[in-house]
Write a protein that binds this ligand. Structure first.
Ligand SMILES: [Zn+2]
Ligand SMILES: [Zn+2]
Length: 91
């Protein structure tokens, strides 16, 4: 039987097995965020999908996840190739 629990960081409900009752966070990302001291935390909006996420102030993260960073980079690369095809760049 799964039980619903609220994530201590993002407040989203997630399912746990009773044996996992010590679990406080829905994901590894939330666990990582919980380790950041509040004064060093900053809430940012993902530049790719718009999801809000927590990150260190010192870190210049612009994406909520590796996936978004990857997709955004892929898009940029595709655009670059497009521009090359249109002879905007001579590489
Ligand atoms: Zn969470
Ligand atoms: Zn994102």
């Amino acid at each position: 039987m799964l039980e619903a629990k609220k994530c201590a960081v993002c407040n989203q409900e997630f399912n746990i097995y009773p044996s996992q009752n010590h679990k406080k966070y829905c994901s590894k990302a939330c666990y990582t965020n919980s380790q950041i001291k509040p004064e060093k935390r900053i809430t940012k909006k993902c530049k790719f999908c718009g999801t809000k996420f927590t990150s260190y102030i010192a870190q210049k993260h612009n994406f909520c996840s590796r996936f978004c960073g990857y997709e955004a980079r892929k898009k940029r690369t595709e655009k670059m190739y497009d521009d090359i095809k249109k002879n905007k760049y001579y590489l």
